[in-house]
Ligand binder design. Structure first.
Ligand code: ADP
Length: 589
């Protein structure tokens, strides 16, 4: 069926047309029936007198005589109708419009409706179309009673001329009415369907938009009724879908952002342990690219049997598996690995692995343990010495005045050492505490260095050391004077401490883009290459005995490093054994 025939408009048109055709048909049929009845009664009235005349004539005639046909002709012309005389058996005896031979050839008329009635003794009529004449004729049949019974039938036939013309008129009118109905139906269906089709088209258009995923579209609702309600429902449905989509999208974005930005490495595999997704942290930890990894087996992507094993356990056991493992391939480090199975429809469909790099955590823990051990050790040494000497004194040495004084001197020295260690530790811990604030102010760097050098004069003098300060007079930096002073003191103290007699120490600055580099250079014993990387660590000393002898705690450079870093600067050292050391630090301008 062509599409147009299926349209709403066409169906509407068809139903209008059918309705008008039925109504017109019924109306015309009723009209026609009325006209027919009127015509029959008019003709009947006209014919009844003539029929009486003909009957009387026939009653007194010999119907079987050969002159009967001539009689029929004369009677027929008298009554200006066609007269047919039919015997009791239905055979035509005479006809006013036919000759004898033709009459004989006529068929039996006993079956004609009007003849049937007349043979039964009543005047009967029939209106029908005559095939021979091509006209509608009214046939009126009258019984010719002789001897108390129907001896023959006289039938008169007149054309139902008015009926004929009425019929023709009605035909034309019907045709015209039908054409009008056709046109009317067409325009009516067009206007009505336009009224209905416009909202309908809008709803169809909107539905197509929704189906294509455009849920921001709204059907423009300038119509009411059922269509209006439908459009309203569709609009609110799409609004709900849009809202849900937006929520899902936001959640997905949040999840994606979390996935992309979390510090832990997240990796997803399918049930055959092939990688389906991984986040940037995994890329960073294992130096791989997501593009190369997706769809490849986990063991190929991260060639480590232990790691793949955890995933395999989660996949086969359907239960979470976790382990802390120290990897050497493909990367070095300590990792906490958690693998959980992903379920889909009750069956394991994959594995989600979370890899947490805890190398630094473990390193710091180890460092803290070392620190505690170091502190304990550092404190224990002077304490053991003090206790030893006290015990010796108590054991009687107190009476030996000379030795007793010597022992007390050692006790004093060791307790000073304890004091130094503890005050350095306190400084360090206060520097490390997060709450610490650096009170920065503008400082003339040369003046600060000069005053500190003056304060250390006795130490320099003891070693006959020459100290040069070449910092330009106008140089101003922003720093915490007390803490920066500590940096200078520690560096200058070390420079003299690790030098022989007649040492030469120089304090200078270099201006760098964005920062000032302060350099403390000495001509001392220097530091062997292999120790350079460690001298800023707590308690690290190249020569423990020498440091201790000098009253060092091994914490001086750690304090320097901390203070400089708190100011946003860097520290460093260049040195070679026996050829002096150059310590430097920077301060941002
Ligand atoms: P200490 O209390 O022993 O001086 P520091 O933290 O200040 O501790 O220094 C750590 C170690 O670095 C020192 O024990 C020493 O071996 C080395 N060191 C520091 N400064 C110098 C220097 N100017 N010359 C040579 N060695 C140095």
């Amino acid at each position: 069926m062509p599409d147009i025939l299926k349209t709403f408009r066409f169906r509407l048109f068809l139903s209008y047309l059918a309705l008008s055709a039925v109504v017109l048909g019924v109306a015309f049929f009723l009209v026609y029936q009325r006209i027919e009845r009127a015509e029959i009664s008019a003709l009947r009235a006209k014919l009844s007198d003539e029929a009486a005349l003909v009957s009387a004539q026939l009653r007194s005639s010999d119907l079987s005589s050969p002159g009967i046909n001539a009689l029929a002709h004369s009677l027929g012309s008298k009554v200006r109708s066609r007269l047919t005389i039919i015997d009791a058996d239905g055979w035509v005896l005479a006809d006013s419009e036919l000759d004898g031979a033709a009459v004989k050839a006529m068929e039996n008329h006993s079956g004609r409706p009007e003849v049937v009635g007349a043979l039964e003794g009543a005047a009967s009529y029939d209106l029908r179309h005559s095939a021979t004449l091509g006209k509608v004729m009214l046939y009126a049949a009258y019984p010719v009673i002789s001897g108390g019974r129907v001896g023959a039938v006289a039938r008169l036939a007149v054309p139902a001329a008015q009926l004929e013309s009425a019929r023709a008129m009605l035909k034309k009118a019907l045709l015209a009415a039908l054409t009008l109905a056709l046109l009317l139906s067409f325009f009516l269906s067009l206007t009505v369907s336009a009224g209905l089709a416009r909202p309908f088209d809008k709803i169809v258009y909107g539905s197509k938009k929704f189906a294509a995923g455009d849920f921001s579209y709204r059907i423009q609702k300038d119509f009411h009724g059922e269509m209006g309600k439908l459009a309203e429902t569709l609009n609110s449905m799409s609004a709900a879908v849009e809202e849900n989509l937006r929520r899902v999208e936001t959640q997905a974005q949040q999840l994606a952002a979390a996935f992309a930005n979390m510090a832990e490495g997240v990796l997803v595999t399918d049930m055959s342990a092939r990688v389906t997704a991984l986040n940037p942290s995994v890329e960073r930890i294992f130096s791989i690219k997501a593009g190369d990894a997706i769809t490849r087996p986990l063991l190929e992507v991260i060639p480590n049997a232990g790691l793949s094993g955890i995933c395999a356990r989660a996949l086969s056991g359907g239960k979470p598996a976790s382990e802390e493992m120290e990897l050497t391939t493909p990367v070095r480090g300590v990792f906490s690995v958690n693998a959980v199975p992903i379920f889909e429809g009750g069956a394991v469909s994959g594995c989600l692995m979370v890899v947490h790099d805890i190398t630094e955590v473990r390193r710091l823990e180890a460092k803290r343990r070392d620190f505690v051990a170091n502190v304990s050790h550092e404190l224990k040494t002077p304490l053991t010495a003090i206790r030893g000497y006290v015990e010796t004194l108590m054991g009687g040495a107190i009476d030996d005045k000379e030795h007793a004084m010597e022992f007390l001197g050692v006790i004093l020295q060791q307790s000073r050492r304890l004091d130094n260690i503890i005050s350095d530790l306190l400084k360090l811990s206060s520097l490390e505490s997060y709450a610490l604030e650096v009170k920065k102010e503008e400082l003339g760097l040369k003046d600060l260095a000069d005053s500190l050098i003056a304060g250390l004069a006795s130490i320099f003098k003891a070693k006959n050391a020459a100290v040069y300060n070449t910092i330009p007079a106008g140089l101003v930096v922003r720093a915490d004077p007390e803490k920066l002073g500590q940096v200078f003191i520690n560096l200058l103290d070390n420079a003299v401490k690790f030098s022989t007699e007649n040492a030469k120490v120089e304090v200078s600055v270099q201006e760098l883009p964005g920062s000032v580099k302060v350099v403390v250079k000495d001509s001392g014993i220097g530091i062997p290459q292999e120790h350079l990387a460690w001298v800023f660590e707590r308690f690290y000393r190249v020569d423990k005995a020498r440091s201790r002898e000098m009253g060092g705690t091994g914490l001086g450079l750690s304090i320097v490093k901390h203070v400089v870093e708190l100011h946003g600067g860097l520290v460093g050292v260049e040195s070679a054994e026996g050829r002096g050391s150059t310590f430097w630090f920077t301060l941002p301008k």
